[in-house]
Write a protein that binds this ligand. Structure first.
Ligand code: FES
Length: 372
């Protein structure tokens, strides 16, 4: 067996056009990915999975092609591929050995261990043994720094001398430990020639319903508690013609925004609910508006509560709004019931004032529980 470097393991006859040609059979799935996410860069992880599904690993030109689909720079796509070690940057083998080369493991001897493994397997990191049993790959931090140099066989950690994933405090991977595992796996492969020589790890999640912020997508987290629903922010208001318009900014995944009003900033009641999907505009965060009318001279408080499917966000900050009559204004105020004192001057049987926002000051929404 001869040693090869990572550059040599890249298919010499593969071109960017060749990648595009092989991936053309996945075009419908790629179109669907692009449709379901608010921005193209959000497709990158899944497009890389598709590359791995097609090739069995992610060659450099596959990364470059995925970058083109996701409209990110190739170096960005490469950094993503490096970070997520489930993307194989080495052709697949029956067992995939990963050794962490990041600094914590470096100072615990990862280079010496890699050199030992290369010698033991007769290959350089970034390549596969001729019998297709072992691929050897350098990876970045595997979050097992305390037992470094960290080594994984497929997705299992060498954490102890005998069993995979058997964590022992203060234990550090030794050359003898990986040797024992390699011998054991070779023996198992010899005893089971029927085993597949290639472990096809990973693949796209076929039944994903898409990012909740994407048009027509109906996705939701598997667990309701997975992530808090993002609250509405930037609550603001303006007034004219006797009408109060309240604005709030919502995240793309918001499926309903409820506006609430209070006379005292303590007890709030729902005064309206908006379905953001009815608002035209590009995918992404949206500004939702709600129109309301209140008596002149009154102070009211508004807040907004975002819903993302079944998840309900914490209420937004509240704003206080005081309306006042401005008889000098020439805009028409058409509230039906106004007393003479509040209405301003008469004009052809109609009351004519301008309801303006005298003050709209933000108050914190996170008031004591009793106030909500
Ligand atoms: S630095 Fe190697 S596992 Fe963290």
């Amino acid at each position: 067996m001869s040693k090869v470097g990572i550059a040599e393991v890249q298919p010499q006859d593969l071109t960017l056009e060749g990648v595009a040609e092989r991936m053309s059979k996945h075009q419908a799935r790629i179109d669907e990915l692009v449709r379901r996410y608010p921005v193209k860069r959000a497709t990158l992880l899944q497009v890389l999975w598709l590359i791995q599904e097609e090739f069995g690993w992610v060659p450099r030109l596959g990364i470059k092609w995925a970058a083109g689909i996701a409209e990110v720079s190739p170096v960005h796509a490469f950094a993503v591929t490096e970070f997520y070690t489930m993307y194989k940057q080495v052709p697949p083998a029956r067992w995939h050995i990963r050794v962490c080369q990041t600094v914590n493991c470096l100072i615990q001897g990862s280079e010496a261990l890699i050199a030992h493994l290369e010698e033991k397997l007769g290959i350089a990191c970034g390549s596969v043994t001729e019998d297709n049993l072992f691929a050897l790959e350098r990876v970045e931090c595997l979050a097992a720094c305390g037992n470094g140099p960290a080594v994984q066989i497929d997705d299992e950690f060498l954490y102890g001398p005998e069993e995979l994933n058997q964590h022992e405090d203060g234990w550090h991977t030794q050359a003898a430990d990986v040797d024992r595992w390699i011998e054991r796996l070779r023996a198992e492969a010899a005893a089971h020639p029927e085993w597949e020589t290639v472990d096809q790890l990973g693949g796209i999640i076929l039944d994903s319903l898409g990012h909740p912020g994407a048009p027509k997508a109906s996705g939701s987290p598997n667990q309701e508690t997975y992530a808090a629903a993002p609250p509405a922010i930037n609550l603001n208001a303006e007034g004219a013609n006797g009408k109060i318009t309240v604005h709030a900014l919502i995240a793309p995944e918001c499926s309903k925004l409820v506006f609430e009003r209070s006379d005292d900033d303590l007890g709030f009641s729902e005064v309206g609910a908006i379905d953001p999907s009815t608002i035209k505009g590009p995918p992404g965060p949206k500004t939702v508006t709600f129109d309301d009318r209140v008596d002149i001279g009154k102070t009211v408080y508004y807040r907004a509560i975002a819903h993302s499917g079944n998840r309900v966000a914490t209420p937004s900050s509240s704003i206080a709004i005081t309306t006042e009559a401005r008889p000098e204004a020439d805009t028409e105020y058409n509230l039906k019931v106004l007393s003479d004192e509040k209405s301003g001057k008469e004009n052809g049987g109609k009351k004519e004032v301008n309801a303006d926002i005298a003050q709209a000051s933000e108050k914190t929404a996170n008031k004591e529980e009793g106030k909500k």
